[in-house]
Write a protein that binds this ligand. Structure first.
Ligand code: V47
Ligand code: SF4
Length: 390
């Protein structure tokens, strides 16, 4: 019987010679170009791209899957913008249908976690014209005064662009101001699809690609880290996704400031793009796999489970993903309003660990910057908790 190596077995999953050549490059640790990324999307079977992505993930992270303990604050869903895919926002003109939190309400949320071992607060919301730079700087200072060790990951580039412009500050000035007030890192939201051909159709009035990238570059220059997202599975073509990822990869080559890439699946409930069907789970897994293969300078690939649902998030762990976000504690509404299966997204640490252990991986709790908080390989949460994953 002929014995072949694991990498040869991966190449045998396709008969297409150009795909095999791309596979060889990936196995040799070489970077693939845009054309090659596109071929993986267009011609690659799920088994082929999935096996390659799994190999790359394993080489980088072994069997570790990260999660963190965090909660969200969503200051408002009132928004001056009108992204067509958004099920969450209420236009400022109809603000009585939305919510606006006071400073005190937001601080009370933080105080509600006193004594609980969370490491991160994620602050993100609509773009409210009255919640300005000084209001948020004040919020950051007050959170830090109350709990200095809590990492504040806050504000998409869309919110920041609006705040800085209103305050008549440059990006560098505004970012320095918020960093000094206590902002530690930036989430990846607001990126959607960078290419103007699509951006014009789905979110034409908010910050464009260059503005989004400039804000993240400014944060990286200050030593802050950030994440990046891509909203997939609506009207974009594969090449728009590659174009988007290439712009992020180029910036990462210059700064090294991105931690994590997060593909976000478009959900079509109750928004102006409800007529656009959601794509299949096979296409979801392909998106994760090709992301892992193309974004070779991003250390981490995250599946955001409130959006995908627990079972599919668990499945992504076999397609390149090494991070499944956090416990979240039912503190976000963005996805439940967009039609996700997760109407009240909260998972206990036990459930998250069990979900990871069920697929024979090692669960490691991290902080926002991927320092290890706790290794769960020796706990027996998988036995203690009945995870039906529904
Ligand atoms: O930019 C809005 C997305 C994003 C829909 O950095 C939708 O750790 C799908 O960026 N279907 C905001 N997606 C959330 C975000 C995020 C989430 C979790 C972790 C991190 C991180 C960042 O939500 C928006 C937009 O792309 N979104 N509506 C929808 N109907
Ligand atoms: Fe506003 Fe963000 Fe919704 Fe766009 S996605 S309408 S910027 S809340």
């Amino acid at each position: 019987m002929e014995i072949i190596s694991a990498t040869e077995a991966i190449l045998d999953l396709t008969a297409d010679q150009s795909l095999q050549a791309i596979g060889e490059k990936i196995i040799a640790g070489e970077r693939i170009n845009e054309e090659e990324g596109l071929q993986l999307f267009e011609k690659g079977t799920l088994s082929f791209v999935g096996a390659l992505a799994n190999l790359v993930r394993e080489r980088r992270h072994g069997d570790i899957v990260y999660f963190n303990r965090n909660f969200h604050i969503e200051p408002t869903n009132v928004c001056v913008f009108s992204c067509k895919f958004c099920s969450y926002s209420r236009l400022y003109a109809h603000k009585e249908e939305g919510w606006e939190m006071s400073m005190e309400q937001m601080l009370n949320i933080v105080k509600g976690y006193d004594g609980k071992p969370v490491t991160e607060v994620h602050i993100v919301g609509g773009v409210h014209p009255k919640m300005n730079l000084d209001f948020f700087a004040d919020l950051l200072r007050k959170i830090k005064a109350h709990r200095p060790g809590l990492h504040i990951k806050g504000f998409t580039a869309v919110e920041l662009d609006y705040m800085f412009r209103k305050a008549k500050m440059t990006i560098d000035e505004g970012m320095k101001y918020l960093h000094e007030a206590g902002l530690d890192s930036l989430p990846g939201g607001g990126a959607e699809i960078f290419h103007p051909e699509i951006r014009k159709q789905i979110c034409e009035d908010k910050v464009d690609a260059d503005g989004w990238l400039a804000i993240h570059e400014a944060a990286h220059k200050l030593g802050m880290h950030s994440n990046a997202t891509l909203l997939y599975g609506h009207i974009e073509k594969y090449w728009h996704r590659i174009d988007h990822m290439k712009r992020l990869r180029d910036l990462q080559d210059r700064t090294g400031g991105f931690n994590t890439f997060i593909p976000l699946k478009f959900r079509n409930h109750d928004n102006e793009m409800s007529h656009v069907p959601e794509i299949s789970v096979v296409e979801d897994m392909k998106m994760y796999a090709v992301s892992r293969l193309f974004m070779d300078n991003f250390p981490h690939l995250k599946a955001y489970w409130p959006m995908l649902g627990r079972q599919n998030a668990q499945l992504t762990l076999s397609f390149g993903v090494n991070d499944i976000d956090g416990t979240i504690d039912d503190s976000t509404k963005i996805y439940s309003m967009a039609g996700s299966e997760e109407q009240n997204p909260a998972m206990s640490t036990e459930e998250l660990v069990a979900l990871i252990k069920q697929v024979k991986r090692t669960a490691v709790e991290r902080d926002t910057l991927y320092n290890v908080v706790k290794d769960y390989s020796t706990t027996d949460f998988d036995k203690a908790v009945d995870v039906s994953l529904n």
